[in-house]
Design a protein around this ligand. Structure first.
Ligand code: DGJ
Length: 725
């Protein structure tokens, strides 16, 4: 039983493996937040709940209860609480005051799915309990259902909110957060993942200060710039020590998340759909469903926080056959040929791939319409017979004959102004009539809020997937939205467009991925611009970044690992000098970095020397061993590249029998200090063999003394595979 209710005191106690989350209904009316943290017995409320008079704080009808002081579950900012609200609405009389009072509750075994939105799930009812707290604004007949799921064996609590219009008048929602959590103090640091195109998910950590500090996306995608994740940690928290509270939104569009530190040094954390450019007309009888927030508490620092996220996402967010199956080693032709390829060239690469033990060829951008550059043909999803005289079916047939699988690139959400689709349906893109349609990479975004547009995408993409033996799809998206508007929506609904787009998008993904259960789907958005849990629900992996340089990837993959499992990251060896930063790193380091993700190559294999081919063969053979346990293993960060010249990490298989570790040096140093690979979380008494080295050490020695690491030169790397004896 992970959720219990004490009726007399009206206390809900949610328990995960090691945590408690406690809510009290105060005075039969107000859902008040009592506690979230290490597992405890239900505390004495006289002690746990503090009320205080606040100067300049209006009180409710019950003198003495100033909501501005109380820690709340779902604040409305109705006037007695000046902090940031979780919900805002406008009623038909123009009034804006929302007052929510507790009405009822329901405890459900397991976890209900969210209508039309991605979410974590359970496979058996015993895995979790779900609490629905039903709140009502009795004056306006607005019902708000707060849903909490407590996972019994993981320190994860998910939250979402459903709003129902039980009145006979229209209500306009202007803000609906998925979760709001009040902390009694603000002695925390705020960690976020920020970046840009080709510099995704760099870690930033700052002390909380008074006022609101927030991260958000207004780009129509979760974005390269800020990820829908943040953590609040105690200032002394490290990788392995200290308290961390983390929030991640299962959503791929505009989000907002942040913390407000108030006059009494309390902190209010929130996460949800961005209220910028958002409103939702809720007609009588209709309801609005928020996305899900996944909240994790770790008492053992950021390392444990990450491992909790990795497990829940690997096992109870990702779906389909590739959740549990190993992923093929691929070669992608993008950086090898860009748009300059034909069937003959692709078959040359495929032949080489097959000799090297690579298992799949992925044909990237440029196979359709008349696309020989990025200036045309998006939307025209029919093969270019000049480049592919035997069509996709002929090409995939030849590739399969070589013993490889075949993957194909699409960018289905986009349209090029120079395309047959645009000439036929110029109104299908997101635009504002009378205004310039700003192009980005010479393209416009299709309006997925419109059913006919979604149907077109499902039909055309499905048609291509049926036309040839296609085993993998790379689903790309290469621009952010601008001039937001939809011809399919009435004037008073224009601000619904960004979220309607996401609902249409998720519906398209559901229809296509469920119709092709054997196809492996990889998300991509100009690299890692939509690397979020929403996408992982439909596609088990995502291309982590368009920056394929091995050094840059240390930062990107290390930052990404804060939340997302290794099994979700696409990582490829590319050519040198690197196309993004012009750096030359060794083939060994490029391989070692990429092996910590879904491994592949992104270059023209025919250009390798014989010596390089021999090394690639070894890498491929090595990864075939590693993928049996690395993507599904427990991940430990050992050395942080954001703090120095080295990076190191380690993975232990779920059964503890296999270990993989990697150590990287960015720049060579004269007279370097002593460097050692100190392993973590091994069994101290057990013996481990270093595979390929004929050496055996105790777990204790590997952790306490470690293995000596010596590098000479820039861009060096070393990996180890251990087997527990
Ligand atoms: C952006 C992706 O991230 C690249 O890998 C490549 O697929 C290009 N788009 C193709 O246009």
């Amino acid at each position: 039983m992970s959720i219990s209710y004490q009726e007399k005191e009206q206390i809900f106690h949610l328990q995960t493996k090691n945590t408690s989350y406690i809510i009290k209904i105060l005075e039969g009316k107000y859902p008040v937040h009592i506690y979230w943290g290490k597992k405890i017995k239900t505390p004495d409320m006289e002690n746990a709940l503090v009320r205080r008079f606040v100067a300049f704080g209006p009180v409710t009808e019950n003198a003495g209860l100033a909501l501005d002081f109380i820690c709340q579950e779902y604040p409305t900012g109705c006037g007695t609480d000046y902090r940031i609200p979780a919900i805002s609405a406008v009623f038909d009389d123009g009034s804006r005051s929302v007052e929510l009072h507790y009405k009822d509750y329901r405890i459900i075994k397991g976890k209900p799915r969210l209508a039309g939105l991605p979410s974590t799930y359970t496979e058996r009812d015993e895995e979790a309990d779900t609490l629905e707290l039903i709140l009502c604004d009795e004056v306006k007949n607005l019902k708000v259902i707060l849903t909490y799921t407590a996972y019994a064996n993981e320190d994860v609590i998910t939250r979402n909110v459903r709003v129902e219009n039980d009145s006979d008048k229209d209500i306009v929602l202007e803000k609906v957060m998925s979760a709001s959590v009040d902390f009694e103090d603000s002695e925390y640091e705020f960690t976020e993942l920020s970046g840009a195109w080709a510099r995704e998910r760099h870690i930033e950590r700052n002390r909380l200060r008074s006022g609101v500090q927030s991260i958000e996306s207004r780009r129509g995608a979760s974005s390269h710039q800020l990820n829908p994740f943040f953590a609040l940690s105690k200032p002394d928290a490290t990788e392995d020590y200290g308290e961390v509270y983390a929030f991640n939104l299962v959503y791929s569009g505009n989000f907002t998340a942040g913390v407000e530190v108030d006059q009494l040094f309390k902190a209010r954390a929130y996460i949800g759909i961005n209220d910028y450019d958002f409103s939702w007309l809720l007609q009588p009888g209709e309801n609005f469903q928020s996305p899900e927030a996944v909240m994790v508490y770790s008492a053992q620092g950021f390392g444990e926080m990450s491992r909790i996220y990795h497990r829940i996402y690997r096992k109870r967010l990702v779906r389909g056959k590739y959740r549990d199956e190993v992923r093929p080693i691929l070669v992608n032709n993008w950086e090898g040929t860009y748009f300059d390829f034909n069937e003959e060239k692709l078959l040359e690469i495929a032949k080489e791939a097959s000799e090297l033990g690579i298992e799949m060829l992925v044909l990237d951008d440029g196979w359709f319409g008349k696309r020989n550059g990025d200036n045309c043909s998006l939307g025209d999803w029919f093969e270019n017979r000049e480049k592919l005289p035997h069509g996709l079916a002929g090409l995939s047939g030849q590739i399969h004959k070589l013993g490889l699988k075949f993957g194909l690139w699409f960018e289905p959400e986009m349209v090029s102004p120079d395309s047959e689709l645009y000439r036929k349906h110029p109104d299908w893109c997101i635009h504002v009539p009378g205004r310039v349609r700003a192009e980005c990479r010479n393209q416009l975004t299709l309006d997925l809020g419109r059913q006919e547009v979604c149907d077109y995408i499902v039909e055309t993409i499905s048609g291509v997937l049926k036309s040839a033996d296609i085993n993998y799809v790379k689903w790309d998206m290469n621009r952010h939205m601008s001039q937001l508007g939809s011809e399919g929506l009435a004037a008073n609904r224009q601000k619904e467009m960004p979220h309607r787009y996401m609902l249409g998008f998720y519906d398209v993904l559901e229809r296509i991925t469920s119709a092709f259960p054997d196809v492996l789907f990889e998300g991509c958005s100009g690299g890692g611009g939509r690397f979020d849990p929403g996408m992982l629900y439909y596609m088990p992996q995502s291309w982590a970044s368009d920056d394929t340089d091995a050094v840059e990837r240390l930062y990107i993959q290390y930052g990404t690992s804060l939340v997302y499992p290794l099994s979700s990251m696409g990582a490829h060896v590319s050519a040198v000098p690197n196309h993004q930063v012009n750096r030359t790193t060794s083939l060994k380091m490029r391989g070692d970095v990429a092996m910590s993700g879904n491994f592949g190559y992104e270059l023209d294999l025919t250009k390798f020397t014989d010596e390089e081919k021999a090394e690639v063969k070894k890498q491929v053979a090595e990864y075939k061993e590693l993928r049996k346990f690395v993507p599904s293993g427990e991940f430990y960060r050992l050395k942080n590249p954001f703090e120095g010249n080295t990076a190191a990490w380690q993975v232990i298989s779920e059964d503890g029998r296999n270990v993989f570790a990697a150590y990287f040096q960015i720049l060579g140093k004269v007279n370097p200090g002593i460097m050692r690979m100190k392993f973590k979380a091994l069994e101290p008494e057990a013996e481990y063999e270093v595979v390929g080295e004929d050496k055996i050490y105790s777990g204790e020695e590997l952790m306490q003394i470690g293995l000596l690491v010596e590098f000479y030169g820039d861009y060096q790397s070393r990996t180890w595979r251990l087997k527990k004896l």
